[in-house]
Design a protein around this ligand. Structure first.
Ligand code: HEC
Ligand code: HEC
Ligand code: HEC
Ligand code: HEC
Ligand code: HEC
Length: 262
């Protein structure tokens, strides 16, 4: 429903939100009742329920909404849309808008991050190299996540329309307040385990072997191991998963306890 596009931030279930959603339900019921009265039941067969109320015009209030309304118009040519000139822009792209929503989809696997940052958009569509943002992986023990400064290296040059994406606004707020972004960490080995990215990366093990098709995922999560060599599916980060691959790479990788524990 285009009338409720304004914010895609998943809301915390607190009292005022619940009251608000109750009000929304009531309001929707009233609107629906008026609509049924006015248009006559049943609704028109071409699915253009939105326009059937007698020339309601759906007005875009952001570039992202404009993209969405154009897409709806294509699907339901009967609806009336209006795109004010300030929102009739190519950027942010429709796919940036979609990824920002998908990266905050509460239904999708993985934690909600402070910013709806999409790997599919950055590493997939725009082909930004993993190592550009995770520069630690080829040289040091930790891969690390990029700094606010690195994000802003690109985003400070983008036109102001991008501020209509809530995630970009949050990024800029952190930049102004000189605060780091508190990304929720996904992969975390216990203290007693030694793991180094650089040895694996140098040995030619691809990021995707261990982390899945990151460049195709909007909202990151830990993927399961697809390898069932011993007919036992193992979760990533379990000891069996490490050992399994070390066994397959017997020449290079050791299964000695002290390789990983010391
Ligand atoms: C190398 C340049 C570059 C860097 C670095 C970069 N971005 Fe982006 N970002 C882009 C481009 C390009 C787009 C998409 C533009 C479009 O399609 O309209 C984008 C889109 C976005 C969007 C909207 C789509 C989405 O992914 O949700 C957000 C939010 C975002 N960036 C946040 C960040 C954050 C946070 C960082 C740092 C961790 C960052 N970006 C680093 C280039 C960059
Ligand atoms: C052999 C499997 C493996 C490969 C290959 C691999 N990773 Fe990881 N990655 C891990 C494990 C295991 C952890 C958890 C590390 C920990 O908790 O100490 C991790 C953690 C991370 C983290 C979290 C932050 C951090 O530093 O711990 C990032 C980011 C990351 N990997 C990115 C990458 C990128 C980018 C590549 C490719 C250049 C890559 N990884 C290749 C297994 C792998
Ligand atoms: C534009 C910067 C950017 C690029 C390019 C990028 N990442 Fe990331 N990556 C991030 C940010 C920011 C996070 C933390 C937020 C999240 O988990 O989505 C992250 C998180 C991760 C994590 C999870 C770390 C954890 O918490 O355990 C992995 C794994 C990872 N990236 C792998 C990759 C791989 C593989 C590629 C290349 C295909 C890649 N990234 C490209 C910025 C980037
Ligand atoms: C997809 C295959 C693969 C997986 C999964 C894997 N490894 Fe490895 N590992 C290798 C290879 C190959 C080497 C040998 C690299 C070299 O040439 O030194 C290696 C080497 C190592 C080394 C010795 C080199 C060093 O860093 O000192 C340690 C320790 C290690 N791995 C720990 C782990 C742990 C812990 C895990 C699981 C969290 C893991 N590995 C998962 C392939 C893998
Ligand atoms: C290739 C790396 C690797 C090797 C080799 C390895 N381990 Fe582990 N080990 C791990 C990882 C990763 C974990 C953490 C698993 C987890 O958190 O689920 C672990 C956990 C453990 C634990 C703790 C289990 C628990 O429930 O917390 C013990 C005990 C252990 N290993 C013993 C050994 C012994 C004994 C050997 C030699 C026979 C060995 N490991 C060889 C990677 C390795």
């Amino acid at each position: 429903m285009p009338e409720t596009l304004s914010s895609n931030r998943p809301s915390e279930p607190n009292g005022s939100d619940r009251r608000r959603s109750l009000l929304m339900v009531l309001a929707t019921a009233v609107v629906a009742a008026v609509f049924v009265f006015w248009s006559g039941w049943p609704a028109p067969s071409d699915g253009t329920a939105n326009a059937a109320g007698g020339g309601d015009v759906l007005v875009a209030t952001s570039v992202c909404e404009a993209h969405e309304l154009r897409a709806q118009k294509e699907e339901y040519p009967g609806i009336e849309i209006e795109i004010p000139p300030e929102f009739d822009k190519q950027w942010p792209s429709a796919s940036a808008c979609e990824s920002a929503v998908a990266a905050w989809d509460p239904e999708a696997e993985g934690p909600i991050q402070p910013i709806p940052f999409s790997h599919k958009h950055h590493a997939g569509e725009f082909k930004i190299d993993c190592l550009y943002c995770h520069s630690g992986t080829d040289k040091s023990q930790a891969a690390g996540v990029p700094s606010v400064e690195l994000c802003m290296g690109c985003h400070s040059q983008f036109p102001s329309e991008y501020d209509q994406i809530e995630g970009i606004q949050i990024l800029k707020d952190h930049w102004e307040e000189k605060k780091p972004i508190e990304w929720v960490q996904l992969h975390r080995l216990p203290e007693h385990v030694q793991f180094r990215h650089n040895r694996h990366v140098q040995a030619g093990v691809e990021c995707q072997t261990c982390h899945g098709q990151v460049e195709a995922i909007d909202k990151l999560h830990v993927v399961d191991d697809t390898h069932i060599g011993y007919l036992v599916p193992v979760a990533k980060l379990e000891m069996g998963w490490c050992i399994n691959c070390h066994r397959q790479n017997n020449q290079q990788a050791s299964q000695d306890c002290l390789t990983c524990h010391y």
